[in-house]
Design a protein around this ligand. Structure first.
Ligand code: AMP
Ligand code: MG
Length: 336
């Protein structure tokens, strides 16, 4: 091996890592190559900026301003305009299973503050009338967003996915071709392959293990967005009932669709993040028919009976592990 190719190899396999706490979670970033560190600095800055702009609880964020001014248009950045538009558009393709105006409901359950309570049925009915993303008025030309009084938006279901896409753009600008971005475990972006050319191995958390320490399976992928939604991510228990943070906008109660974990594999993580939340709400049958209609993604679904449903295109990528090694696994074909 000549000296120069050895030097090249060293540059390519040079690993840079960064940790950011943002979007209410730990984000860990890994990039390879000579400009990896610079690239991760830029990604970390972008993530913190995005969080500051889009956080629903930060009183200086654009989202907070929109909600606080309900009834009056608020001038916001193009990023916020575009994210709200894209989220509402996606919501209409899933019959409202994803609705960014769910916030008054999630707040009354305490999912945003950690001060949990089971609200009265009356208060849920009362608040549900304000859950309607069609009522959000986005004026792209004037760069304003208006929500009706008592309506509030929250991009918590989509922001990590969006950040993953932005991060990949930045990495590419720096010439990075191999990276792994883990945004709190629920959004993972694999860019390219590992520096040695092998695939990334991405674990799917065991939804039954509260500690988060064990896995249900492993996905072996290159260049892929992997988004997971699970009830185990945030929940509380009262009188023996578990209530989790993903809400069915048609009822105002935590979504009990029969699925306890939804993993989406897609080319971009914004779509994956939208889909994982929406499919968790829609359940098995609607997820399969959505997938057959729209395609463009693959899935691994785990039901409350611990049956795994894997879409045809994900079958070869997925290996169940631990408690799921002997679980029933059903491959869902493209054609009915
Ligand atoms: P994710 O972890 O991506 O599935 O997003 C869950 C987060 O999105 C929750 O913590 C809430 O902030 C918000 N959320 C919960 N249910 C919905 C829903 N049906 N549509 C939109 N956002 C939701
Ligand atoms: Mg999501």
């Amino acid at each position: 091996m000549s000296v120069s190719s050895e030097a090249e190899e060293t540059a390519e396999t040079l690993e840079a890592t960064a940790e950011v706490f943002a979007m209410d979670t730990y984000i860990s970033l890994k990039a390879y190559g000579s400009r990896g560190e610079e690239a991760l600095d830029a990604v970390s800055t972008m993530i913190s900026d995005l969080d500051a702009r889009l956080s629903v609880t930060d009183t200086s964020s654009e989202i907070y301003a929109i909600n606080a001014a309900a009834g009056t248009p608020v001038t916001v950045s193009d990023t916020t305009i575009s994210l709200i538009q894209r989220s509402v558009e996606f919501g209409s393709t899933v019959s409202g299973a994803l609705d960014i105006t769910i916030y008054p409901i999630s707040r009354t359950w305490g999912f945003t503050t950690g001060v949990y309570q089971v609200p009265t049925a009356e208060s849920i009915v009362e608040l549900l009338q304000y859950v309607n993303d069609d009522a959000v008025v986005v004026d792209a030309e004037a760069s304003t967003v208006l929500v009706p009084e008592n309506t509030e938006v929250d991009l918590g279901a989509v922001v990590k996915g969006y950040a993953g896409d932005q991060a990949v753009e930045i990495l590419k600008e720096y010439g990075v071709t191999s990276a792994l971005l883990n945004l709190g475990g629920s959004t993972i972006r694999a860019l390219g392959a590992k520096p040695d050319g092998s695939s990334w191995r991405i674990a799917i958390q065991d939804p039954n293990d509260e500690s988060g320490a064990t896995y249900a399976g492993v996905l072996t992928v290159t260049d892929c967005a992997i988004d997971t939604s699970g009830g185990y991510e945030r929940y509380f228990e009262e009188d023996g009932v578990t209530y989790w943070h993903i809400i069915d906008p048609s009822t105002g109660y935590p979504a009990k669709s029969g699925l306890i974990s939804v993993t989406i594999l897609s080319a971009d993580s914004f779509s994956g993040d939208c889909l994982s939340t929406a499919c968790f709400v829609m359940g098995l049958e609607d997820t399969i028919s959505y997938w057959r209609t729209y395609g463009d993604f693959e899935f691994v679904l785990i039901t409350e009976e611990n049956v795994i449903y894997v879409s045809e295109g994900a079958e070869e990528l997925f290996t169940p592990v631990n408690d799921f090694e002997n679980a029933e696994l059903i491959v869902v074909p493209y054609e009915e």
